[in-house]
Write a protein of this length. Structure first.
Lengths: 185, 273
C-alpha cells in the first residue's frame, strides 16, 4: 500500500513538472510587453504610438487574460502631443489612470492560435471585442523562469471609448498591436 | 473641423437667441421682470453644446465633465430656491452645499487615485467650496440689471476658453466658448433694455460652469497654478467692482483686466508659444 502511494505521489510530481505549461498562471513581464497603436492623421499619414507600462495575468487554458495598461505611459515621441493625449481631450489619465482588457472566452483555433472574446475598457467605457491571439512560443529562459510569448493585432473604433476628439483630423479606426511575454508564477 | 464651430459656437448662440427672442415676443405688452429666461438661454445653449461635442453622457456620470453637465439643471433650481429663502445666510449655505457636492463628485478620481490622506482630501474640498461661496457671493455685488455683469460673463468665459486651450484641453475650451456664445444674446438684451434684470439669472450657472471647468482644467489638464490663481483673482476683482457703481467702465475694467492679462501672459509663456 505504501509503495502504491509513493508511486502515485511520484507520478503526480512528474505530471506537475511536465513543460506543457501554458495551463499555469503567467504574469506579464513588463520589460517584454509592448502595445503600439496606429491611427490615421489628416487622411494623409499615420501617427504611431505606444504604451510603456503594461501588466497583467494570462492563463490560456483556463480562459483567463487580464491586461492593464497605465494610460499615462502613452508615448508618441513628441512631448507636447503626449501631454495633449494625457489630457481630457483624449485618455484623460488623471480621471482614468488605466485601460483594461479582460477576456470572457479563450478558444483554441489551431496552429497555436486562439480566438479571444473580451471586454476592453478605456476612459470608463467598456466594449466587447474579438481578437486572434497567436502564441509565438514558450520555454525556459536562461534565468530559470518559464515564459510564454504571444501577439495580436486588432482594430477598434476610438469613438466607442469616448476618444472622439478631432473627428476629421484623426482617423476613427485604431490598429493595435500587442506583443507580450509572460512569466510563469 | 466644422463640427466644433457648429456645436461649440453656433448651436449655443442660436438656441440662446431663440430663447431670448421668444421671451421678448412673449412679454411684448407686459412689464418685464425677472424670469427664468436667462437661465434657460444659458442652460439650453451649454447642454446642447456638450451633447453635440461629446454625445450622450452615461448615467450615473463617470467623469467630471458629466457631473458638471448634471449640475446645470441643479444650479438652475438653486437660483429659483435662493429667491425664496428667508435670509442671505441660508442662501449662502445652499450655495456651499451645492458646490461641496459638485466638487466631491468631480474630484472622485483625485480622491481615489491621487490624494491619499483624509486631511488632504478634506482640505481641498473645504478650500474649493469656501472659494466657490466667496466667488458666488462676490458676484452679488453687481446689480441684477448690470450690463457690465453680462459683459463680464462673456469676457470671463471667453478668456477661460483661451486659457484652457493653452493648457492642453480643447474640449474644456470649447465648453467655455459655448457658454460665452450662449451668453452673447443676453448681453445684447441687457444693452437693448437696461432696466431688465438679465444678469440676475446668470450668476449661479456662470459660477457653476466657470468654477467647474477651471477645476477640471487645473486637476485634469495642464492649467498651471499661477495662471489659475491670477485668473480667479481677476474674476473676484470683477465682482468687487459692483461696490463702486459710480466708476466709469474703464476704471472698473482696469485692475481685473490687468490681472486677467497677466494670467493670459503666463498661460502663453507656459504653453511654450
Amino acid at each position: 500500500m505504501s509503495r502504491l502511494m509513493t508511486l502515485t505521489a511520484l507520478a503526480l510530481t512528474a505530471f506537475a513538472t511536465v513543460p506543457a505549461l501554458h495551463a499555469a498562471n503567467f504574469q506579464v513581464d513588463g520589460s517584454h510587453a509592448f502595445a503600439t497603436f496606429k491611427v490615421g492623421h489628416l487622411g494623409i499619414g499615420n501617427t504611431v504610438g505606444r504604451f510603456n507600462d503594461i501588466s497583467g495575468e494570462v492563463d490560456l487554458d483556463n480562459g483567463k487574460i487580464e491586461i492593464t495598461i497605465r494610460t499615462a505611459s502613452v508615448d508618441t515621441q513628441d512631448e507636447k502631443r503626449d501631454q495633449h493625449l494625457k489630457g481630457p481631450d483624449f485618455f484623460n489619465v488623471k480621471q482614468f489612470p488605466v485601460m483594461k482588457f479582460k477576456a470572457t472566452s479563450v478558444k483554441p483555433a489551431g496552429n497555436d492560435r486562439f480566438r479571444v472574446e473580451g471586454k476592453m475598457t478605456i476612459r470608463g467605457k467598456s466594449k466587447n471585442i474579438s481578437l486572434e491571439l497567436i502564441k509565438i512560443g514558450e520555454g525556459k529562459d536562461p534565468w530559470g523562469g518559464y515564459r510564454l510569448g504571444f501577439e495580436s493585432t486588432f482594430t477598434v473604433k476610438r469613438e466607442d471609448f469616448g476618444l472622439d476628439f478631432m473627428p476629421g483630423g484623426i482617423g476613427s479606426e485604431v490598429e493595435i498591436y500587442v506583443s507580450l511575454e509572460a512569466l510563469k508564477k | 473641423m466644422f463640427t466644433p464651430i457648429l456645436y461649440g459656437v453656433l448651436l449655443p448662440l442660436f438656441s440662446s437667441a431663440l430663447v431670448v427672442g421668444a421671451y421678448v415676443l412673449a412679454t411684448r405688452n407686459r412689464s418685464r421682470r425677472f424670469s427664468p429666461f436667462g437661465i434657460a438661454a444659458l442652460g439650453i445653449g451649454f447642454i446642447g453644446a456638450y451633447l453635440g461635442l461629446r454625445g450622450m453622457p452615461s448615467f450615473p456620470p463617470n467623469e467630471a465633465s458629466q457631473w458638471l453637465l448634471l449640475a446645470i439643471p441643479v444650479a438652475s433650481l438653486l437660483t429659483a430656491v435662493q429667491r425664496r429663502l428667508p435670509n442671505r445666510a441660508l442662501a449662502l449655505g445652499s450655495i456651499g452645499l451645492f458646490f461641496a457636492t459638485l466638487f466631491f463628485a468631480m474630484l472622485q478620481p483625485m480622491f481615489e487615485y491621487h490624494w491619499e490622506s483624509f486631511g488632504l482630501k478634506a482640505l481641498w474640498l473645504a478650500g474649493l467650496t469656501a472659494f466657490a461661496v466667496l466667488f458666488r457671493w462676490n458676484w452679488d455685488h453687481l446689480e441684477d440689471h448690470s450690463r457690465f455683469g453680462t459683459l463680464s460673463v462673456v469676457g470671463a468665459t471667453s478668456l477661460a476658453a483661451l486659457l484652457f486651450a493653452l493648457s492642453g484641453s480643447m474640449f474644456l475650451a470649447q465648453l467655455a466658448g459655448a457658454f460665452a456664445a450662449a451668453a452673447g444674446p443676453l448681453v445684447l438684451l441687457s444693452f437693448w433694455n437696461k432696466d431688465l434684470p438679465v444678469f440676475a439669472g446668470t450668476r449661479d450657472l456662470f459660477s457653476t460652469v466657470l468654477l467647474g471647468l477651471t477645476t477640471m482644467a487645473f486637476f485634469y489638464a495642464e492649467l498651471q497654478p499661477v495662471t489659475a490663481i491670477l485668473f480667479l483673482f481677476a474674476l473676484l476683482l470683477t465682482g468687487y467692482t459692483g461696490l463702486f457703481p459710480a466708476h466709469s467702465l474703464t476704471k472698473k475694467i482696469a485692475v481685473p483686466g490687468a490681472t486677467a492679462g497677466a494670467a493670459l501672459a503666463f498661460a502663453i509663456i507656459q504653453s511654450g508659444f
